[in-house]
Design a protein around this ligand. Sequence first.
Ligand SMILES: Nc1ncnc2c1ncn2[C@@H]1O[C@H](COP(=O)(O)OP(=O)(O)OP(=O)(O)O)[C@@H](O)[C@H]1O
Ligand SMILES: [Mg+2]
Length: 533
Amino acid sequence: MTEQALQTLKDGYTFDGETLDLGVALDGEDPSKETPISIPLSMLNRHGLVAGATGTGKTVTLQVLAEQLSRAGVPVFASDIKGDLSGIGAAAVESDKLRKRLDAAGQDWQPKSNPTEFYTLGDSGLGTPLRATVTSFGPILLSKVLELNDTQESVLSLVFHYADQAGLALLDLSDLKAVLNFLTSDEGKADLEGIGGASKATVGVILRKISELAAQGGDVFFGEPEFDTADLLRTDDNGAGIVSVLELQKLSQSPALFSTFLMWLLADLFQDLPEVGDPDKPSLVFFFDEAHLLFAGASKAFLQSVTQTVRLIRSKGVGIFFVTQTPKDVPEDVLAQLGSRIQHQLRAHTPNDAKALKATVQTFPKSDYDLEELLTSLGIGEAVVTVMDPDGAPTPVAPTRMRAPESKMGPMSEDEIKAAVAASPQHEKYGTAIDNESAREILAKRLEGGSEAHAEEQRSAPADAPADGQDRGGSADKIDFPEESGDSRKKSAKKDDENMFTQVVKSSAFKQFTRTAAREIARGIFGTSRRRR
Ligand SMILES: Nc1ncnc2c1ncn2[C@@H]1O[C@H](COP(=O)(O)OP(=O)(O)OP(=O)(O)O)[C@@H](O)[C@H]1O
Ligand SMILES: [Mg+2]
């Protein structure tokens, strides 16, 4: 590299304010100690992409970013697909190989652990179980998990709307099944007709898909206690950001489920966080590993909601880094919003590889490098970097020898993880599943009890269920549903007041729910519901 090219990088990566070190520039194959490559902390909420072929250093890059964020007081959330990120909770161990790397790059390095919280989806692993209720998850995300087509998705949206209105708490999958079964029963026939022309056959298909999901173990995380996403925003007593690691390797059977769950976390955070504009440092940085799983086979409504979330969550101080093999895995509308790129080595073995490589090169700002050549010749733990500078312009393209983490590369031992989890107050809060009364029990009672008593109650009790639409749209955070489902939702207003289900709704068994649940349900982005605090 010419002196001038190095100087361009030096200038391009000198920022006012706090930064995270990414590494040092590569001068040919050699690290240039005097040319640090970094990213401004204030630009982390402009999102980013970490990409590259397998084994090229994506996870370690994530770790390098996460540990520095934690030290800067920024909480981090990361999914751990292969179980090799847990080491972030332990100090690194020096080896000869590592020492050589550190010396070559002139990296100032001290082994250090980070305050780490281990989570798992449902009770599938070692971490503290994370759960969400079906009600809160909402119809769009659930449709993605169930791989429903657009028609089925809009029917499911109507069923949620119906349940919200009726104050039927959908806590786990069996609740949703109970409602769907009710709607296809003789007793529920009138209600099914009342909710906007959903056919019995479509409801049947949805029921079958739910059973399939449950059979694959996908039901483990629907239920209570529901995870409060505000817990992701904590710092420890020393002011370091807590690194929340979500272990997912045991759920590789149901990839749609975990990627969708991550989206739920984001959507839920979005609803609760205040607007902060462009802060000096982010309030949370979220690493979305294996991001291609999120987008594969996604419906239009789902993609629209992802794009909206990514766009809008920035002003709430949340940064999102997608981690995947090639930029092609991420839809263009989302990609366009990722301000920073850390692109590890790409291979060009097959025609498909070559195509992906060309597409990747296209996503970089102009430079003097032959990027195709450069991207295929990078070593492990090296990357081509461009970040967004504080003026919102891309920094010069920089071939970079990435930093080595100060925490441990690779997994922490099972015993260490178990000990950390046992000692965590989070485990006390979420460790044990609870089974509150919900739609399933209520409907079962109703069907057993006959209609007389409830009809009587209905006559004597004032109606407690809110009028349609009354509780929607009141929130400043609310984002409109994609049009299709929005329109069909309106149709559901035409409810048959005199049908049997309405009688159930108005019975005393429902009073509590109509007060505590239905009135407060205002579905926002993705149709996830607002937290009931
Ligand atoms: N910045 C780095 N410093 C030191 N070693 C590194 C660095 N990046 C990668 N390595 C080495 O390369 C190995 C593979 O890296 P990593 O696990 O991050 O790859 P990956 O791209 O996430 O792979 P996969 O796609 O299989 O998940 C690491 O275990 C480590 O030994
Ligand atoms: Mg990895």
